[in-house]
Design a protein around this ligand. Structure first.
Ligand code: NAD
Length: 432
C-alpha cells in the first residue's frame, strides 16, 4: 500500500511500511486500508506573535486529524523548529494507532508550531500559545479533537490554551485539552504518565524476553540503560529504572551526553537539569551524543526526537533492546537491520502510550465532574498498560512477528472493526 497526501509528500514512506506488515497479520477490511490512506483533515495556520521588542513575527502552525472513526481525535501539540506538515501528519497517524492499540475511544491527531521555543521569552511563549489556539479553535472540542502536551509544551502551556479556549467560547470547557494544571482540571499522574506507562510495558515484557532468550540480559548484573533525551519522559524514566535496580549508564539532552558505567546519580542529574536547564558536564565522562546510541546496554531508551536510529547507524546499535519512549525514534528503514542483529524493539505506539492513557482518564474525569486519587489513576494505568502489552505479546508470539507489527496489527483490527461498523461493507457484499 502506498499513499501520498496529494502534495507530493510521501507520508507512508516510513509508517506505510509498518502498516503493510500489520495488514498481513491483522484481520482487516480493504475499506479500512483505503480509509487510512489519507488524513481526515490538515489545517495549516499562521500564528502572528507580538515580540517583546515590539516587532511582529509569524510562525507556521498545524493541526492534523488523521482518523476519527473510533472517537474524537486526540494528540499533542509540539513547539519545535523541525515541525512541518509531513511530521505532524506522521505523528497524527501514529496517534490513531496508539489510541487503538490501547483501546482508548479516540482517533488520532497532532498539532504543532514551527518555532524554537527556547528563544522566546515567557510572555512571547504565552502569546504564541494563545494565538495558536485562537487559530485552530473551530477545529477542536471535547467531542471533536482534544490536544495535549508534546515536545516543548507542558501543563503551563495547556493552562494558557484552555483559558484562551474559554475566552473564545465564553464557557469553561476543561475536557477540550488534557495535560492541564491540576487547578484547571488536570489529572493527578498526568505529568509522569508516559514514563510510568513505559515502565509497566518494560516490566511486563522483560521476563518474557528473558525467557525467549532475547533481551534484556539475565546474567545477574544490574541491567544497564542509556537514555537519549533527559526531559519530562526521559528523566522520569531514569528515576523509575534507577529505583528498580537498573544502572543508568548514559544520558543526554540537547546540550550534551554524559556516561558513567557504574550508574549515573539520577537524582543529582534531575536536580541540575531543573535548576540549570541542562545536564551537568561533570556527571560523568562527556561523550559524543551519537555514541550514546551505540553503547552496549540492555535497554536503549530514545526519549527525544524521531529518526535517531536510521540505516546510517542501525548496524552500530549494540543495545539488546530499544524501548521507544519518543515517537518514531527508529526509522522504518532501520527495522530490518536491527531485527537481523537481534535487537528487540518495543514500539512507540505501545511504549509511550501511558501519556495518552492518562489524558483519556483526565477527559473522563472532566466530563464526569470527577477527581480521581493518584492511586486510582496509577492503578488504572497499570492495569491498562499491562493488559494491552499482554495482547501485543500474544499476537507477536502467535503470528511470529515483531512487537511493532503486533502492536500495529492490534490497532488495525480495532480500527477495522469500527470502519466496518460504520460502512456495513459486509452487508453490501452479501447483497442484503
Ligand atoms: P521534553 O521537551 O520534556 O524533553 C525532550 C528532551 O529531549 C529535552 O531534555 C531535550 O533537551 C532533549 N533533546 C532534544 N534534542 C535532543 C537531541 N538531539 N539529543 C538528545 N536530547 C535531545 O519532551 P517529552 O515530553 O519528554 O517528550 C520526549 C519524547 O517523548 C517526544 O518524542 C514525545 O513525542 C514523546 N512523548 C511524550 C509524551 C508526553 O506525555 N510528554 C507522550 C508520548 C510521547
Amino acid at each position: 500500500m502506498s499513499a501520498t497526501t496529494g502534495e507530493g509528500t510521501s507520508l507512508f514512506d516510513g509508517v506505510g511500511a509498518r502498516l503493510e506488515a500489520a495488514a498481513r497479520v491483522a484481520d482487516v477490511s480493504n475499506d479500512t486500508l483505503e480509509r487510512l490512506r489519507l488524513p481526515q483533515s490538515v489545517l495549516k495556520v499562521s500564528v502572528p506573535v507580538r515580540m517583546d521588542d515590539g516587532s511582529l513575527r509569524t510562525f507556521p502552525g498545524y493541526r492534523v486529524r488523521y482518523d476519527a472513526t473510533r472517537g474524537p481525535t486526540k494528540g499533542g501539540i509540539r513547539f519545535h523548529p523541525r515541525v512541518n506538515t509531513d511530521e505532524v501528519q506522521s505523528l497524527a497517524f501514529w496517534m490513531t494507532f496508539k489510541c487503538a492499540c490501547l483501546d482508548l475511544p479516540f482517533g488520532g491527531a497532532k498539532g504543532g508550531v514551527t518555532v524554537d521555543a527556547k528563544q522566546l521569552s515567557l510572555a512571547e511563549l504565552e502569546r504564541l500559545s494563545r494565538k495558536y489556539i485562537d487559530q485552530i479553535a473551530d477545529a477542536i472540542g471535547p467531542d471533536v479533537d482534544i490536544p495535549a502536551p508534546d515536545m516543548y509544551t507542558n501543563a503551563m502551556v495547556m493552562g494558557w490554551m484552555v483559558d484562551e479556549y474559554a475566552t473564545i467560547k465564553r464557557a469553561r470547557i476543561p475536557a477540550v485539552i488534557t495535560g492541564k494544571p491540576l487547578a484547571l482540571g488536570g489529572s493527578l499522574g498526568r505529568e509522569t504518565a508516559t514514563a510510568d506507562g513505559a515502565f509497566h510495558v518494560l516490566k511486563t515484557l522483560r521476563p518474557k524476553l528473558l525467557q525467549a532468550g532475547g533481551s534484556p540480559s539475565g546474567d545477574g548484573n544490574a541491567p544497564s540503560v542509556a537514555i537519549q533525551g533527559f526531559g519530562n519522559a526521559g528523566a522520569r524514566m531514569a528515576e523509575l529504572l534507577a529505583h528498580a535496580g537498573y544502572r543508568v549508564v548514559a544520558a543526554s539532552d540537547s546540550t550534551r551526553a554524559v556516561r558513567f558505567d557504574e550508574g549515573l546519580d539520577v537524582a543529582a542529574l534531575r536536580e541540575a537539569k531543573s535548576s540549570d536547564g541542562e545536564l551537568p558536564a561533570d556527571a560523568g565522562e562527556e561523550i559524543d551524543p551519537e555514541e550514546l546510541l551505540e553503547l552496549e546496554v540492555d535497554v536503549l531508551i530514545p526519549a527525544a526526537l524521531e529518526d535517531v536510529i536510521t540505516p546510517d547507524n542501525a548496524d552500530r546499535v549494540r543495545a539488546r533492546s530499544i524501548l521507544e519512549v519518543a515517537n518514531g525514534p527508529v526509522a522504518a528503514e532501520a527495522d530490518e537491520t536491527l531485527a537481523a542483529n537481534g535487537v528487540t524493539v518495543i514500539p512507540d505506539i505501545l511504549a509511550n502510550a501511558g501519556g495518552v492513557t492518562v489524558s483519556y482518564f483526565e477527559w473522563v474525569q472532566n466530563r464526569g465532574g470527577l477527581r480521581w486519587s493518584a492511586q486510582e489513576v496509577s492503578d488504572r494505568l497499570e492495569e491498562q498498560m499491562i493488559r494491552e502489552t499482554e495482547n501485543v505479546w500474544k499476537i507477536a508470539s502467535e503470528c511470529e512477528v515483531s512487537l511493532r507489527t503486533a502492536a500495529y496489527a492490534l490497532g488495525l483490527e480495532r480500527i477495522s472493526e469500527a470502519v466496518d461498523a460504520t460502512g456495513s461493507a459486509e452487508a453490501y457484499r452479501n447483497g442484503r
